[in-house]
Ligand binder design. Sequence first.
Ligand SMILES: C[S@@+](CC[C@H](N)C(=O)[O-])C[C@H]1O[C@@H](n2cnc3c(N)ncnc32)[C@H](O)[C@@H]1O
Length: 210
Amino acid sequence: MDVQQAYELWSASYDTDHNPTRDLDSTVMVQTLAEQQFAAILEIGCGTGKNTSLLAGVGEAVTAVDFSPGMIAQAKAKITAPHVTFQVADITQPWPTPTAAFDLVTCNLILEHIEDLDFVIGQASRALKPGGRLFICELHPFKQYLGSQARFTQNEQTIFIPAFVHHISDFLTAAAANGLTLAALNEWWHAADEGKPPRLVTFLFQKNDA
Ligand SMILES: C[S@@+](CC[C@H](N)C(=O)[O-])C[C@H]1O[C@@H](n2cnc3c(N)ncnc32)[C@H](O)[C@@H]1O
């Protein structure tokens, strides 16, 4: 099953399944972005809109993109604010978004499914205004080395969604190659992770001035 088919199937239960990684990601977003304000935000891989609600509160205009119509439908059912626009698009193809138009691009729990990191980070850089920021929150590669991979259970069958390991240095190299400077790197643990490797890693990059 490919990534898109898997998320179509998962969309109905994504919000209600037991998923500490999803829950930690929500906490990370609140701790990192809840006190800030942005004019224009682009959210990549918005899924069921778990983070779109928060972004709608800190952004004057939010564009939320995902390639799963099922996930987008869940998000649209929750978020009806007129300053939030949803778009169905595949981020492995040239993005249908304007150039140098966004103050913040966010990307949560999606790059695990993307083989070509450099292309996606390049598109994010193109979408950002000079000085704009790219926030990435992903499954930590340490967890991937230990076998963690996006998965869900349906009809008593566990479905593993195709995934790629990106090392910390891969993110830093792709960002630097695309005109982005690292502003912050953090590692995050869920309450259930005591004594274990970090579950999530976040990067905040800033687009260099032209
Ligand atoms: C684990 S979910 C995360 C959703 C949301 N960001 C969150 O944190 O809850 C990953 C999302 O990425 C989307 N996705 C995966 N590959 C994609 C691609 N190539 N283009 C657009 N969306 C993609 C999936 O459809 C899914 O909604």
